[in-house]
Ligand binder design. Structure first.
Ligand code: MG
Length: 253
């Protein structure tokens, strides 16, 4: 299914994933009312370089015009950072891919600027993050994609939030997007079989309203069709003999 990754390549992803997680921990402290998306992008770009990694989005394969995607409020993913100044109560999602020792890792999270989410924001963000953890927990060693997808879908359905179905998780490692696709809905026991050594990015996206998406005029930004708030959480995960190892986390969960 995937091109086999050597132990050295998996180790490079482990190291790259820790760098990504470390950058995210620092980024969370940079996010506050009054800071612009462009300032945050510049901060992330500098941190990536400081760690000896590369901002994958800016490379010729991707040609995204920034180091990180910053998607605010009704924006779901792939938004280009602008001079917009973050306000208290904005829901903002960060999605980042870095390349380290030629291997790629991919992660995303959503937070509320100012740290005081209202009830519906808290519900959306919590449900989306929990659905990611449910997807990871469905991996008990070799696993079918449908087992992961069904676990994510159940959490999002139980929370009665909209599931973004047109965008999916994916294999990751040598390339930013590898086979197989990892949908955020599906049926247990179906789909491609993942084996120990495979690495995938699991990335549920959910909304407080419609599941329908709209593409922005810039050709990148994807927003909710109805303007409702969106959230996005993502980890790069290694399939092991008896479970999963989260690579984009500073400490193993
Ligand atoms: Mg991804």
């Amino acid at each position: 299914m995937q091109k086999v990754k050597t132990p050295e390549e998996i180790q490079a992803m482990r190291e790259g994933g820790k760098i990504l997680a470390t950058i995210f921990e620092g980024l969370k402290r940079q996010v506050k009312p009054g800071v612009s998306e462009l300032e945050l992008d510049a901060w992330v770009d500098a941190e990536i370089k400081k760690h000896g990694a590369t901002a994958t989005y800016k490379t010729d394969e991707v040609k995204f015009p920034a180091a990180i995607c910053i998607s605010t409020n009704e924006q779901i993913v792939h938004s280009i950072p602008t001079n917009y100044i973050l306000q208290e109560g904005d829901v903002v999602s960060f999605d980042l891919v870095i390349t380290y020792k030629n291997m790629k890792t991919d992660s995303a999270f959503t937070m509320v600027v100012g740290g005081k989410p209202n009830g519906v924001q808290k519900h959306l963000i919590h449900a989306t993050e929990q659905s990611l953890f449910a997807g990871i927990d469905a991996i008990k060693g070799p696993v079918r994609i449908g087992d992961i997808s069904a676990a994510i879908e159940k959490v999002l359905n139980d929370a009665k939030v909209g599931i973004i179905r047109e965008l999916v998780g994916h294999g990751v490692g040598h390339e930013m997007h590898e086979a197989p696709e990892v949908p955020n809905y599906g049926r247990k026991g179906t789909g491609p079989l993942l084996s120990p050594g495979d690495t995938i990015a699991i990335e549920p996206m959910a909304t407080l309203g419609s599941e329908k998406i709209a593409m922005g005029d810039d050709g990148w930004t994807i927003t909710t069709w109805d303007g409702s708030l969106a959230a996005h959480f993502e980890h790069t995960v290694l399939i092991t003999e008896d479970g999963a190892e989260v690579l984009t986390q500073a400490v193993f969960r």
